[in-house]
Design a protein around this ligand. Structure first.
Ligand code: NDP
Length: 453
């Protein structure tokens, strides 16, 4: 019998924390979890899940428009925004319940409240103190406001956008990462006037293939979004019902809402870490070694609070692999290579593997490029001027597919399957001998024959 109250005490019932807690408990060890806000963390409550529901909401506007080209008389004339928000909240409540049951059914003790480390093996939650052989921090991250006058007073971050009482008719977005482009696409499709402000000359960042960045920007512009490159916001102020958005290029925009999508910060404040001797990175991230251990070896951390790859499936994978090693006798580590990801913009982007720029840096001229740019079949009768882009990056010496990129409808659904092929080491010849599923958009990936670079 252990001398501790728990073998594992997890702080944070988000993606990584819940996965680690329930899998560890399944191995028969004594586990507790502390949470102060909601079951499921950012992803379930104010991230991936409600965002994806909003992309579905927005997609109906286009479906209704497209249907007329096929002979239907369907109109998406008025949106009952409060109804959507209420339905979305119901679904999130349902998911909160599922997360709670997952923990309870696996025998995890739940302690509600803010948890603070009071020693290398002790956690305080409210007026109770618990001992644990190991403590796992999985407290995630939160959006940050940039230091712009009036930003906090008049602007919002992604946490707020899911609970707006009214749908904004005029939206200004600062930032062209995942969050900025996803909400720009959603509100544009819902009929809002959308302006996107960013300080670079291209949207997305260098983690995305340059062709993808250029193609997506052109498509989103066609959809009606106004992009303001190499621009920043200097100040927000209120004038009646309008928010005045002053730009450094002298222009002023009027908005109903201004979304700051300028990155996220690890949630490591007030946990008692520095008092314990755990030195945090400048942005608050908790540094960990390969075993997910902090400087104090009984204290571990996974997920966004470590600021490595801030994606839900990565947090899940880190938490799961950790407890498989600690309690399941498995020598299993998460691979950070070939992590597929998607931006649920409109059209969406999905990718796995290297960008052309990364591949050229690694392999020089030993790179073959295949590209395809076409109008998907569905768009023709719909008379929608929207194109799809696909790109393969192949290592000419080994024939291995190093990178696969797509901009188009259902990109995430299509790229997920190809990600397995790439992780398995698929070659271009393997792609070529794969029979296409016809007619589909996805088949284009297995019928690319002409090298373009
Ligand atoms: P990103 O880091 O992706 O993008 C931040 C954007 O804000 C960039 O365009 C950045 O510009 C800009 N920016 C940052 N600071 C300033 C500033 N002071 N002034 C002007 N612009 C600024 O962050 P997000 O907030 O979009 O998303 C955070 C993370 O959440 C993502 O990186 C991703 O890991 C995760 N996420 C994943 C999703 C998915 O998988 N679909 C969806 C949503 C989030 P610059 O590049 O010039 O610094």
């Amino acid at each position: 019998m252990s001398d501790y109250d728990y073998d594992l005490f997890v702080i944070g019932a988000g993606s990584g924390g819940v996965r680690a807690a329930r899998i560890a408990a399944g191995y028969g060890v004594k586990v507790a979890i502390a949470e102060e806000r909601f079951y499921g963390g950012t992803c379930v409550n104010i991230g991936c899940v409600p965002k994806k529901l909003m992309t579905y909401l927005a997609s109906y506007a286009h479906h209704a428009e497209d249907a007329s080209g096929y002979g239907w008389d369907i109109r998406a004339e008025s949106l009952d925004w409060p109804k959507f928000v209420a339905r979305k909240n119901d679904e999130i409540n349902r998911l909160n319940g599922i997360y709670e049951n997952l923990l309870k059914n696996n025998g995890v003790d739940i302690h509600w409240g803010k948890a603070v480390l009071s020693g290398p093996n002790t956690v305080r939650v409210g007026d109770k103190e618990f001992t644990a052989e190991r403590i796992l921090i999985a407290t995630g991250g939160k959006p940050v406001f940039p230091p712009i006058e009036g930003a906090k007073e008049f602007g919002i971050v992604s946490d707020d956008i899911f609970y707006l009482p009214e749908m904004p008719k005029r939206l200004v977005v600062l930032g062209v990462g995942y969050i900025g482009l996803e909400f720009a696409g959603i509100f544009n499709a819902l009929g809002a006037e959308v302006h996107v402000i960013y300080r670079r000359d291209k949207i997305l960042n260098e983690g995305f293939d340059e062709d993808v960045r250029v193609f997506l920007q052109a498509e989103m512009t066609k959809q009606g979004i106004t992009f303001h490159p190499e621009t920043n916001i200097t100040k927000l102020e209120k004038q009646g019902d309008d928010i005045l958005v002053h730009l450094d290029k002298g222009k002023t925009l009027k908005a109903d809402q201004v979304l700051f999508a300028t990155g996220r910060k690890p949630n490591s404040e007030g946990l008692g870490l520095e008092e314990l001797g755990i030195k945090l990175a400048k942005n608050g991230a908790i540094p960990v070694n390969r075993e997910e251990q902090t400087d104090v070896h009984s204290v571990y951390a996974v997920g966004d609070v470590t600021d490595r790859v801030a994606l839900t499936p990565v947090a899940l994978g880190e938490g799961h692999a950790l407890v498989d090693r600690l309690y399941g006798g498995q020598d299993r580590y998460l691979s950070y290579e070939n992590i597929p990801s998607a931006v649920f913009s409109n059209p969406s982007v999905a990718q796995v593997g290297l960008t052309e720029e990364q591949a050229r840096e690694k392999y020089g001229d030993e790179i073959d490029i295949y590209k395809s740019d076409f109008r998907a079949m569905k768009m023709i009768l719909a008379e929608r001027d929207e194109r799809t882009f696909m790109k393969l990056i192949v290592h000419s010496q080994t024939d291995k597919v190093l990178g696969l990129h797509m901009v188009g409808q259902e990109a995430a659904e299509i790229v997920q399957g190809f990600a397995t092929a790439i992780i398995a080491g698929a070659t271009k010849a393997d792609f070529d001998r794969t029979i296409g599923i016809h007619p589909s958009t996805a088949e284009e990936f297995v019928t690319m024959r002409n090298k373009v670079g």
